[in-house]
Design a protein around this ligand. Structure first.
Ligand code: CU
Ligand code: ZN
Length: 173
């Protein structure tokens, strides 16, 4: 055990003092492939920070989640699967005490001109392998999906957020 620990300590010290965090840009597309803006995802020490700049959406509040597959190929975006979740029963909703969906996020607000800007923090996800959080960049990637209506953070399975109107593949492939 001792030599291993020493090796780990040396590796940690050898890292640059201010290593650039892993980050990537996610292009958000509509059902016909139209450009609906983008999100920048950055791996933070305790989660993932999202910076969202959307356009071409209907005004008002929209639900937003990380979905489990990096596949936005079907027009209804069902190809992206359900919400990123941990082991066991899936329970949706930021206001649900039994929440088990790491992909749940806050709603975003879209202005009258169809644009929206937000910074959100996801405490249950990561962009690298992590013991405590779900890696969005796993073998099949994941997707950032925007819904037509707001997420009420309680109703199963998606908080009443309705259809999927924008989708962005989260992948390094
Ligand atoms: Cu969703
Ligand atoms: Zn959910």
């Amino acid at each position: 055990m001792r030599p291993l620990l020493l090796a780990a300590a040396v590796a940690a010290i050898a890292l640059p003092a201010f290593a650039q965090p892993v980050s990537l840009r996610v292009a958000l597309k509509g059902p016909a492939g139209e450009d609906l803006g983008s999100a920048i995802l950055a791996d933070a020490p305790t989660g993932v920070l999202l910076t969202l700049d959307v356009k071409g959406l209907t005004p008002g509040w929209h639900g937003l989640h990380f979905h489990e597959k990096g596949d936005c190929s079907s027009a209804d975006f069902k190809s992206s699967g359900g919400h990123v979740h941990g082991a066991g029963e899936r329970v949706h909703g930021l206001l649900n005490p039994a929440l088990n969906e790491a992909g749940d996020l806050n709603n975003i607000y879209v202005a009258a001109d169809g644009t929206g800007h937000a910074e959100l923090f996801s405490p249950w996800t990561a962009l690298t392998d992590n013991d405590a959080r779900m890696n969005l960049l796993d073998a099949d990637g994941s997707a950032l999906v925007i819904h037509e209506k707001p997420d009420d953070y309680l109703t199963q399975p998606i908080g009443g957020a309705g259809a999927r109107v924008a989708c962005g593949v989260i992948s390094t492939k």
